[in-house]
Design a binder for this molecule. Sequence first.
Ligand SMILES: [Zn+2]
Length: 162
Amino acid sequence: MDKGLISNPKDLERMTHELVSLERRISSLEDDEIEVMEKLEEAQAELDRLSAESRTARERGMAVTALRDEKATEIETELAAVAAERAPTVDGLPADLLALYDKLRAAKGGVGAAALRARACSGCQLTLDPAERAVIKAAPSDEVIRCAECQRILVRTSESGL
Ligand SMILES: [Zn+2]
């Protein structure tokens, strides 16, 4: 044992065994390391893919939002133009008549008043019977007449056929 040499064959055999066992352990750990590295690579690739997907979705969301805002601005502009166009027309109309018209317009698909044309309501196409026509004919010109069928304001004209 002096000079650090192993003279006992049993010790040598034990150490050789230990060495082989350690080499095997190292090899096994290296395999594990490779496996872990591969999994890490896969996970990184998946993360990259998901990040790209998320970025695309975010960009698409931003584009849709921008489009929506653009459309909203267009609609607001159009609405303001229509309101400006409407103002002189409704100017001087009684507030209650205007309120009734707006309520009907909202409920009747945008048409709150309809012309009484050729004895029929041009809103719902119902033909008025003679009794109804007589009542309307007798009514003062400033009285608000409503269609019995669709409730719209009936506008009397020279073509009403009364
Ligand atoms: Zn009607």
